[in-house]
Design a protein around this ligand. Sequence first.
Ligand code: SAM
Length: 235
Amino acid sequence: MNEAKFIEELKKININLTNNQIAQFQTYANFLLEYNQKTNLTAIKTMEEVYLKHFYDSLTLVKIADISNGNLLDIGTGAGFPGLVLAIAFPKLKVTLLDSNNKKIKFLEECLKILKLNNVNIVYQRAEDYAHQNREKYDFITSRAVAELRILLELGLPCLKVNGSFLIMKANVSKEEQESSIETLKILNSTIDNILELDLPHNEGHRTLIKIIKKVKTNNLYPRTYDKIKKKPLK
Ligand code: SAM
């Protein structure tokens, strides 16, 4: 997907970028590809793939939620997906990018200096630790390609406000993964509001977007330590 096609496809989902935002995406793409030559951040190596599989893909979230306003935490953001892309497209959204990998955090800090965004905050921490200090704080939590559903729910839901939305992005979610998360959702007092299956333009890949709504404040017991979450996911 080249830049012109990116702009055109975004119009179809009601995102109309300004010239400044288009320039910010160019800066982000160039910096990512250049940085990626010396430090491995992403398997994606071409400009066309960056626009399709990172930028456009991140913005498909608008199909399941209005994320133009409020505050958002992106867990396991990596090189900024979807969080940094959302911050460029929605300047009124306050975005916190969280990752436990120092290499990714260094990239994000450098990238932010050149993008000159004032709605982004970067946190170098493990999600399970951050969650204990930042409870019920966010309108939205996002997470793309980070962990199995049951694990993600325990990591993310404590940080979400009651009635807030946890927006999970994955390539595929198996029936077993979905079914095994039902009990986890009950324990964490949350429900699935929407599951959207979609294909990227030109059949460039299948995607699953899951929207979860939190109904009641999360018990302070959660999240447990990561080894406990991993060894015995909530069910
Ligand atoms: N979301 C990005 C994307 O889609 O391109 C990155 C996905 S990458 C496969 C997973 C990221 O999650 C890594 O950067 C990793 O460091 C981060 N991660 C995994 N578990 C984490 C945790 N418990 N706390 C914070 N970050 C975590």
